[in-house]
Ligand binder design. Structure first.
Ligand SMILES: [Zn+2]
Length: 303
């Protein structure tokens, strides 16, 4: 069975059915970037609890379905525009960025490309440098080309090496520059949109598999937690070599984020079998009377 990594998915807002389907489709590890929740938070304490859940409960929950969960910690660009709150969040970041399973500072960058966004993006680049962590960049959906170029320019101004920076939400307009400048180029596959699996296949055909990463960015919006395995299946059907599929849907994400020292293939190859009788602080994923799934050693991920 093929193994996949979805290196950008907001599983906090997905269901256990999604987790089961993802694992069944071959997803063995995921990265959940800290992001905004659909409405602005009003207190720094809300960020604190959110970061705690990313390194705590969600990590546990994913494991109950046979998936290794990693995350990135950061102040998203939208909420950087509330400066007094953003200042307080900046103080929280170092406390969480050093926790187990945190593989990058992210997702950070520009939304409306305001002065406040610029300020907090720069501060977080400095934090990433200080902590020797990779950076996951969220490129803006509006004025994307300019915002993507600027994200890289500013990152270089702060002395970050391109190989430590994953630029996400690319499209045909941005990919060439991102790759030429030595960055990782991630692509978010949204259903029913311009950046669908078909176009992803074309990009891999054109640019090859080097430093290209496929992800779903699935969240509380209309999105698909199976976008990575589905895109891989389409690549296979369209005759993309198996090694290119492995690189874009598994290995490149692993290589990029393993630079954090927090992500290792052995994490899932040597993982304990699923045991849903386990609890975290007395809490379980089971509801009244459900039979826990407990796998034997033979259910381990096969390499
Ligand atoms: Zn995201």
């Amino acid at each position: 069975m093929e193994m996949y990594i979805d290196p950008h998915i907001h599983v906090t807002s997905r269901t256990t059915d999604d987790y089961e389907a993802m694992r069944k489709a071959g997803i063995v590890a995921i990265i959940e970037p800290a992001f905004w929740l659909g409405q602005p938070r009003t207190e720094a304490a809300s960020f604190k609890d959110y970061f705690s859940s990313l390194v705590g409960w969600e990590r546990f929950r994913a494991k109950q379905f046979g998936i290794l969960h990693y995350c990135t910690i950061g102040l998203n660009s939208k909420e950087a525009n509330n400066e007094p709150l953003a200042e307080q969040v900046m103080e929280l970041l170092p406390l969480y960025a050093g926790k187990q399973g945190v593989v990058a500072i992210g997702e950070i960058g520009y939304d409306d490309q305001t002065a406040a966004e610029d300020k907090f993006y720069r501060l977080q680049l400095e934090l990433a440098k200080e902590m020797d962590l990779p950076v996951m960049i969220h490129t803006p959906h509006r004025d994307k080309k300019k915002g993507t170029t600027k994200s890289m320019d500013v990152s270089e101004e702060h002395g970050l090496a391109p190989n430590m920076v994953i630029v996400d939400h690319n499209n045909e307009e941005t990919v060439k520059e991102v790759l030429d400048r030595g960055y990782w180029a991630a692509f978010t596959i949204y259903p029913h949109t311009k950046m669908g699996s078909e176009r992803m296949v074309e990009i891999v055909k054109q640019y090859g598999p080097e430093r290209i990463i496929v992800d779903s960015a699935a969240d509380w919006g209309i999105s698909d937690p199976l976008a990575v395995p589905k895109t891989a299946a389409l690549m296979r059907k369209m005759g993309i070599p198996e090694e290119h599929i492995r690189m874009t849907c598994y290995q490149n994400a692993l290589t990029a984020y393993a630079q954090s020292g927090q992500m290792d293939e052995l994490d899932w190859l040597n993982a304990e079998p699923i045991d849903q009788t386990k609890k975290m602080s007395g809490n379980s994923v089971l509801r009244g009377g459900q039979v826990p799934r407990v796998d034997g050693p033979s259910d381990r991920v096969e390499n």
